[in-house]
Design a protein around this ligand. Structure first.
Ligand code: SF4
Length: 370
């Protein structure tokens, strides 16, 4: 369901974030229970779960055997890895491919070979933009690679998995790829990690979450989409910067506690920290009060930050690509907006207890016992 919602909001990054809405979003929305156009059979075979999980978020699907990607590859004719939201975006809208079978095949290769579909798909998006600009040629890539080419997507997935030809360059990620070819500004990443499927011009809190995430652009360290889009635990305005520093900090700290409890983050759509606090206390001791859990999350976040600072990261790295800060969104409710990161960042540093360079102040260390 998220593809449609985020697309309507003007927050579905499309063609390397040139656009914020994908006209073919319906084609890549992985509603796999719907009948396929070619043979009328559904893509979806079954759901699958990690041990003991009742959510069962994994999808097992089947690629059409006549599709070019699996012709002469009977090993892929049975049920194989399905798509979820991030992969459907990264292997589709991120570079404009709308062929659901091709998306499934590329996802299958990513899963089989241990490649992150987000970083892979986003890097293909950057390569396709460089191809469209004439910076990269067919000879260099090994195939015509304009935005929307399903053939190029599948070919590049195979080459990257095998570390052959241009796949070696894709495997280095978009930051190195774009720098090598003279356009570092086209890498849609923070601290070298590619963005997931939410454009920070249409969901402003996510821009701040990406810029300040300790491991680079990431949706799993402060998913304000829950509040800004889904209203969990309260609805906030996705287009406004107001209150976002506080929201991002609260999400980041709570997520750090959640992750440390060993619980899948997807349970947080239903459970808040106050739901798991009694469970942690029962297992680990009465000292795990709500106050303590909140401070544990904040301490984790600050320890990671301190580690990064000592490794040379500072305020200069808490940024977004120029495209998101200077090029206004062209579609949807976010039309005309850029990311309001410069407005949010100073307040975020202030409430974190960091100085203007993003370093922990002495009193913050003392307060957190670091
Ligand atoms: S919700 Fe989490 S624990 Fe459950 S199947 Fe999905 S990834 Fe596994």
């Amino acid at each position: 369901m998220l593809i449609d919602i985020i697309n309507e909001m003007g927050a579905l990054p499309t063609r390397n974030h040139r656009d914020v809405a994908f006209p073919s979003a319906r084609d890549i929305s992985p509603n796999m229970a719907e009948p396929r156009k070619t043979d009328g059979k559904p893509h979806l075979v079954t759901n699958q779960a990690c041990f003991g999980c009742t959510i069962a978020c994994r999808r097992i699907s089947k690629i059409d055997e006549t599709h070019f990607s699996v012709q002469n590859k009977p090993q892929y004719w049975g049920a194989s890895g399905g798509l979820e939201y991030e992969a459907a975006w990264a292997l589709g809208a991120a570079h404009g491919v709308k062929d659901l079978e091709a998306l499934q095949y590329a996802n299958l290769i990513c899963n089989e070979q241990g490649m992150d579909p987000i970083s892979f798909g986003a890097t293909v998006g950057a390569a396709m933009e460089l191809f469209e600009m004439g910076v990269l040629s067919k000879e260099q890539i090994g195939i015509e690679a304009p935005f929307g080419s399903a053939k190029a997507l599948c070919e590049l997935a195979e080459l990257t998995a095998r570390g052959e030809g241009f796949g070696k360059e894709i495997g280095q990620g978009s930051k190195r790829l774009c720098s090598k070819y003279g356009h570092p500004e086209l890498s849609m990443s923070v601290k070298g990690q590619e963005f997931p499927a939410y454009d920070s011009r249409g969901i402003q809190g996510m821009g701040l979450a990406y810029a300040t995430s300790n491991r680079g652009a990431c949706h799993l360290r402060g998913y304000t989409v829950a509040s800004e889009v889904l209203g969990i635990p309260v609805k906030t305005d996705p287009l406004s910067a107001e209150g976002k520093p506080e929201l991002v900090m609260a999400f980041q700290d709570a997520t750090a506690s959640f992750d440390s409890a060993g619980i899948c983050i997807f349970t947080s759509f239903a459970w808040s920290l106050s739901d798991i606090q009694p469970q942690i206390a029962a297992a680990c001791g009465d000292e795990f009060t709500m106050d303590n859990l909140n401070q544990i999350g904040e301490r984790i976040w600050n320890m990671e930050r301190d580690f990064n600072n000592r490794a040379g990261f500072a305020a200069k790295d808490d940024s977004l690509p120029p495209r998101l800060l200077k090029e206004a969104a062209k579609q949807g409710p976010a039309k005309g907006l850029v990311s309001k990161l410069p407005e949010m960042l100073p307040k975020y540093y202030e409430i974190r207890g960091w100085d203007a360079d993003g370093q922990l102040k002495k009193e913050t260390r003392t307060r957190l016992g670091l």
